[in-house]
Design a protein around this ligand. Structure first.
Ligand SMILES: Nc1nc2c(c(=O)[nH]1)N[C@H]1C(S)=C(S)[C@@H](COP(=O)(O)OP(=O)(O)OC[C@H]3O[C@@H](n4cnc5c(=O)[nH]c(N)nc54)[C@H](O)[C@@H]3O)O[C@H]1N2
Ligand SMILES: Nc1nc2c(c(=O)[nH]1)N[C@H]1C(S)=C(S)[C@@H](COP(=O)(O)OP(=O)(O)OC[C@H]3O[C@@H](n4cnc5c(=O)[nH]c(N)nc54)[C@H](O)[C@@H]3O)O[C@H]1N2
Ligand code: SF4
Ligand SMILES: [Mo]
Length: 726
């Protein structure tokens, strides 16, 4: 007997619907794209197709582990949690505890629903996450411009006439901060309907190859390029505002310092091309500018993210169909926030600014190593592998060895979790419910889909239960965390005019919620109170409705909604936030700087996922290997052979070369997430590679956001000196 289940793929931001066949033992016998999913329409990529193999990986932990010296002992859950309680009990100063929340928290219900309560229970400001190795510049720019860090406009991919894309390669990554299953198909459709796609990247990527035009840019210089475009719009009187804004004059003034002929020297983009990019953007019937990781994890990440939306505003494309639009996710509801601020507190050692309640992961090692009050002595990691993914991760590898106590919630024993005293493994993906609380807020169509667990838990706790239990241990409270959260939400909504349940009885409403678990009941509540919810009065969405529609529900094309989204104190778009105008001085200061001879950038491969899919045999090898892409002219100039030594201010690695003219001379690229030598994961150990974050520099950050800088790292390259026999 086989059974068929439908569920959302949790492996990347594209949220594809999958159809899986399971045998009696719960073994996955096939994985296909779900053709009836109205959003992904049957699309699947090699990672999704390997979900069964990943889920059944024999190296996955199934029981908690406690480390005793260098040895690991499998233990029961009660013993594991008792060890956590004892470990956390050692500390009296809450500030000496830290938490790192890794990328998969953005993909799990547990991360979305229990991450915040866990942070609160820990009572520390030492909160770190993948966000400061990723998109924090976008949050800061959006927070300052629109008043909310999650007010992130996405390109209206399916309707735009012109897409200017910088530092993103969705043909490999499947898209980011732009949830769009079958991103490649959507780009092809854009071109097929006569639209134009321009890609700006130091590499001619697969996405660039599909575009109408590819523009090579020197790494780390996108803010200059974007300013050159802004300059041209003003100089040629091409500004076409559609919204009332604050700060137009300041932007015009700031842009005067960045004429195309000047920024051309820094960016390597010819002035005539910059001018043309501006004219094309202005002339397009509708257009969107979209920029991702290549422009975020850079020295001027926040300025670049800001200028992207400055361009969307100046060309009249913000908040209109075909332009850059704000999605309306089903679990959003109108909690009022104070105007956005950044830098409300600073990190202890380097004085780096807080953003979104977090400190930069680039300073985690400082906070563990530097003595004094508030030194981090205890660390919790949830779904993260910062030894491989944080800047200069090698230093964290040493620093983690100095902790008094460490707990990791992770299905693998890996480069980071090997330092833990206790590892708590979440159950299989198929045993977990799935709803994309975070990613549906960036979707190019409004859409919702819930996947209940496909297999029973068989005695172990769900990841939600693990995190809830950790929160209870940390807070010292007893009771049901979900019931507490639900009552709080209901109480607030009952007091809020226009919530749809104003003045109603909390206990009576609580009884109406459906769901097998606290997490499901919280989802039900958020759906009902959301913009399509049965209680908010504009629809009939609830958990029940999603369960009745296992392929997902299309909630329509994006619609203009700036008025609802704007949360600035002025009620206007802040086009020139003072903090960013201040940072423009830093940009100007480096305008005439001589670029290093060679700089390092990153890249992603279709069959990769940051640091953790290398143990699935079908996903490693072939094109997905850890090689240094380098222009053949550099290979010749530097006298290199098959391998080379790459050195930075922080470390060195020896890597095989992949000469290719798809990368600019003077730029080399290494993917991140490798470096599994000696790993307990057998397949990953065979395909170890080296960690690019041996080379990256934690002392360099994007100033306004504290974000890590992974692109534009100065390196030198030399022959290995090994003579190969022929
Ligand atoms: N040089 C360089 N470094 C980079 C980047 C780059 O481009 N260049 N990219 C950065 C970016 S964008 C990001 S997001 C970070 C990502 O870096 P991290 O936040 O460290 O995340 P991952 O590397 O994806 O590691 C995920 C961990 O979560 C575990 N895991 C997987 N699924 C689950 C689950 O369901 N529950 C739990 N509890 N654990 C799970 C895996 O075993 C693994 O240990 O890396 C950053 N690092
Ligand atoms: N297959 C796969 N998919 C993934 C991931 C993965 O590891 N593998 N990771 C997921 C995560 S966590 C994220 S955040 C997203 C990221 O999604 P994307 O942003 O699409 O990430 P990349 O594919 O790394 O594309 C970044 C591009 O930026 C270019 N670049 C580097 N430096 C610069 C620069 O200074 N300027 C410009 N203009 N371009 C530059 C690189 O050459 C690269 O082509 O992908 C997600 N999806
Ligand atoms: S594109 Fe992303 S969501 Fe879709 S199948 Fe692949 S990994 Fe899963
Ligand atoms: Mo990321």
């Amino acid at each position: 007997m086989t059974s068929t289940v439908h569920r959302t793929c949790p492996l990347c931001e594209a949220v594809c619907g999958l159809t899986l066949t399971l045998d009696d033992g719960g073994h996955v016998t096939s994985v296909r794209g779900d053709k009836e999913d109205p959003f992904s329409k049957g699309f699947i990529c090699p990672k999704g197709a390997s979900l069964g193999r990943l889920d059944e990986d024999p190296d996955r932990l199934r029981k908690p582990l406690i480390r005793e010296g260098d040895l690991w002992r499998e233990v029961g859950w009660d013993e594991a949690f008792a060890a956590v309680r004892a470990g956390l009990g050692q500390v009296t100063d809450r500030q000496s505890i830290a938490i790192y929340l890794g990328n998969p928290n953005a993909h799990s219900m547990a991360g979305a629903l229990y991450g915040a309560p866990l942070i609160k229970a820990l009572g520390t400001r030492n909160v770190f996450s993948a966000s400061t190795a990723d998109q924090m510049p976008k949050h800061v720019a959006s927070g300052l411009m629109f008043g909310h860090p999650l007010a992130i406009p996405v390109p209206d991919l399916d309707r735009t006439d012109h897409l200017l894309m910088l530092g993103a390669n969705p043909l490999e990554s499947n898209g980011s901060l732009c949830t769009a299953p079958d991103f490649p198909g959507r780009l092809k459709a854009l071109r097929a309907r006569g639209g134009r796609l321009v890609v700006v990247d130091p590499r001619r990527t697969r996405t660039a190859a599909l575009a109408d035009e590819h523009v090579f840019v020197r790494p780390g210089t996108d803010a200059y390029l974007l300013f050159g475009i802004v300059h041209t719009l003003f100089a040629e009187d091409l500004v076409a505002l559609r919204h009332q804004v604050n700060g137009l004059d300041q932007v015009r003034e700031a842009a005067k310092h960045f004429p195309p002929e000047v920024v051309s020297r820094r960016t390597g983009v010819p002035a005539a091309v910059i001018v043309r990019l501006a004219r094309e953007l202005a002339a397009a019937r509708t257009a969107a500018v979209y920029a991702r990781i290549g422009t975020c994890t850079a020295e001027f990440g926040t300025l670049a993210q800001w200028l992207v939306d400055v361009l969307n505003v100046l060309t009249g494309n913000l908040d209109r169909p075909g332009g850059a639009m704000f999605p309306k996710p089903a679990t959003e509801f109108g909690a009022r926030r104070r105007p956005y601020q950044v830098g409300r507190w600073k990190s202890r050692v380097r004085g780096l600014p807080e953003a979104n309640g977090e400190l930069p992961v680039a300073t985690l090692a400082d906070e563990i190593e530097t003595p004094g009050e508030g030194r981090i002595r205890v660390l919790l990691t949830v779904a993260g592998n910062p030894v491989l993914s944080a800047p200069h991760g090698d230093r964290l590898d040493t620093a983690f060895g100095r902790l008094d106590f460490m707990v990791s919630v992770d299905p693998y024993l890996n480069e980071t979790t090997k330092h833990a005293n206790v590892i708590l493994p979440p159950p299989r993906v198929l045993q977990s419910g799935h709803y994309d609380f975070a990613l549906l807020g960036f979707a190019v169509r409004n859409y919702a889909r819930y996947s209940p667990p496909s297999l029973p838990l068989e005695g172990q706790p769900s990841e939600a239960q693990i995190l809830a239990r950790l929160a209870m241990i940390a807070s010292g409270l007893e009771g049901d965390l979900d019931a507490f959260v639900i009552d709080e939400m209901l109480r607030k909504a009952a007091e809020t005019p226009g919530s749809g349940i104003e003045g109603r009885d909390v206990a009576e409403l609580r009884d109406l919620l459906e769901g097998e678990t606290g997490g499901e009941r919280r989802l039900d509540l958020m759906l009902r109170l959301g913009p399509y919810g049965e209680w908010a009065g504009k629809g009939d969405l609830s958990l029940r409705k999603l369960l009745d529609n296992p392929h997902g529900l299309d909630l329509g094309a994006l619609e203009p909604r700036l008025d609802e989204v704007l949360k600035t104190a002025s009620g206007l778009i802040e086009l020139a936030p003072p903090r960013l105008i201040e940072d423009v001085e830093r940009l100007r200061g480096k305008m005439d700087e001589e670029p290093p001879e060679i700089v390092l950038i990153g890249r992603r491969h279709l069959r990769s996922n940051n640091s953790w899919l290398h143990n699935v045999g079908t996903l490693v090898g072939g094109s997905n290997t850890c090689t240094l892409q380098i222009n053949p002219a550099d290979v010749a100039r530097l006298g290199l052979a098959e391998e080379a030594v790459v050195r930075s201010a922080k470390g060195q690695v020896t890597v095989p070369l992949e000469p290719t003219d798809s990368i600019m001379p003077g730029v080399v690229s290494l993917p991140h997430g490798w470096g599994h030598a000696g790993s307990a994961q057998s397949v990953a150990a065979e395909h170890a590679g080296v960690s690019v974050n041996t080379l990256t520099d934690e002392s360099a950050v994007d100033v306004p956001s504290g974000n890590a800088v992974f692109n534009g790292v100065p390196v030198t390259i030399s022959p290995t000196g090994v003579i190969t026999a022929h």
